[in-house]
Design a protein. Structure first.
Length: 380
């Protein structure tokens, strides 16, 4: 891939890769085994803030404004360590910070973004609800006027960073349609309950958000966000990062399987010398490089303002599906060793079961492509 990247892109990628290998990978299997704590999650995000990857694709207010491919490569390197780490970064930068950057007032941007870029302030993004996942238009969370204030009631579910957030971007139904609100998490009536016993995405904090009569001042409203286009615009940014990130998990699983196959001896020779193993490795390599090439291509389109939402769905659907299959195949090469946390392959596969689902399920992205192909909406 290096021939397709500029010197600056390679340097940025290598910086994130070194950080991941030196600072994160030595601890990640332990974090996954016992689940990352709130304190540890905050520490990781502060370290990533020092590295400069939180909101790195945004411009101004303490953000670097790097091009899309540079941001995508950072996602790839972080997810090569663990999907949960990339997810924390995506929620912070591509969802919470992007919502403020796109739809917030200048005062809101100046107040929140510089501190979020450093990891001093953590954000989360409250859209999904217990009964409203793929159909956000059916959300039940409401915001009603009370004098000059707003009163929010409702529940959000499966919220990454929810239990460690200082500010929550919450989407609610109003008399004026769906609107976005900035909710400081120390506001009376706001509660974040962490979701435990997860078999996936254990290196991140996932929470239920409960809003029980949360009173907010009028300036908590994101003024430029009206309707579902607001949250969906942010989700498209996060999906772009997933297109790259999923291939990081796939690359790590492939590399692990290749190294293991060359070292593991059966019937008097390394298993890498057997035809069936070589076929698996070759097939994995094809899908890995196809996925990375697709991600970079979509990144180049984004750099020139030509990337369409359906193309992001194309990338998310293809690369998460391919990455999961690569991880599963890698596990078969490792045999019984592949089910232990000594190796990364099953941890990546478990995580990707969530990545395939969140930011739009495979079924939803399939129908997005079907609509783009036929001009007919099959969602309802």
């Amino acid at each position: 891939m290096d021939a397709s990247l500029s010197d600056e892109e390679r340097a940025s990628r290598d910086l994130v890769r070194r950080f991941g290998e030196e600072r994160l990978r030595p601890r990640v299997a332990e974090w996954f085994e016992r689940e990352l704590s709130r304190a540890e999650a905050r520490d990781v995000l502060r370290e990533l803030g020092v590295l400069g990857v939180l909101g790195m694709q945004l411009s101004g207010h303490g953000c670097a404004g790097v091009p899309p491919v540079t941001y995508g490569l950072a996602c790839l390197e972080l997810e090569a360590v663990d999907s949960g780490i990339r997810s924390m970064v995506s929620v912070q930068g591509s969802l919470a910070m992007t919502a403020i950057d796109l739809y917030g007032s200048e005062e809101q941007k100046s107040h929140w973004l510089p501190r979020m870029a450093t990891g001093e302030v953590i954000g989360c993004f409250g859209l999904t609800e217990p009964d409203s996942g793929s159909d956000p238009g059916s959300m039940r969370t409401t915001a009603r006027k009370s004098g000059a204030d707003w009163i929010l009631d409702g529940t959000k579910m499966w919220i990454t960073n929810g239990g460690i957030a200082d500010v929550a971007v919450v989407w609610a139904r109003t008399d004026d349609g769906v609107r976005g609100f900035l909710v400081p998490t120390d506001t009376e009536g706001f509660t974040a309950n962490d979701i435990g016993r997860k078999a996936s995405m254990r290196v991140s904090v996932t929470s239920e958000l409960v809003l029980d009569g949360v009173r907010l001042p009028s300036d908590a409203l994101l003024p430029a966000a009206r309707g579902l286009g607001g949250p969906l615009g942010c989700l498209n940014e996060a999906r772009f990062g997933i297109v790259f990130g999923a291939m990081g998990a796939a690359r790590d699983a492939f590399t692990c399987a290749l190294d293991y196959a060359k070292a593991r001896t059966q019937f008097g020779r390394p298993i890498a010398g057997f035809q069936l193993t070589q076929k698996k490795l070759a097939d994995m390599l094809l899908e890995l490089h196809n996925g990375v090439l697709l991600a970079v291509h979509l990144g180049r389109l984004k750099e020139t303002g030509r990337l369409r939402p359906a193309q992001v769905s194309f990338g998310k659907l293809n690369n998460t599906r391919s990455a999961l299959e690569i991880c599963r195949t890698a596990r078969t090469i490792l045999g019984a060793s592949g089910v232990t946390l000594e190796y990364s392959v099953l941890r990546h596969a478990n995580n990707l079961e969530s990545v395939v689902t969140y930011e739009g399920t495979s079924e939803v992205h399939t129908l997005v492509l079907g609509q783009a192909l036929t001009g007919l909406d099959a969602f309802r």
